[in-house]
Write a protein of this length. Sequence first.
Length: 84
Amino acid sequence: MAACSRCGGDVIAGGAVYSPVRMTFRPENSKFMTLQTGDVMTKATMCRNCGVIELVGDTAKLKRLLGEAPPPPPKGSPLPRSIE
């Protein structure tokens, strides 16, 4: 497990940041017409020593939204899906 970027502690708790709904990241220059939402899901970790919270986003989806990666095959497709 990674150490805290603030205090160097190694006691990190995983989770998510919520408001009335789950918090997501929406890139400014994403493609307008896609068959998926423009939201990139985030995951969060919190240091149990100092309380710093770090957010990490789904880079594979961000690349697809920005036109840097091909879209994933549809569900039920015989092609293997990438693990994200």
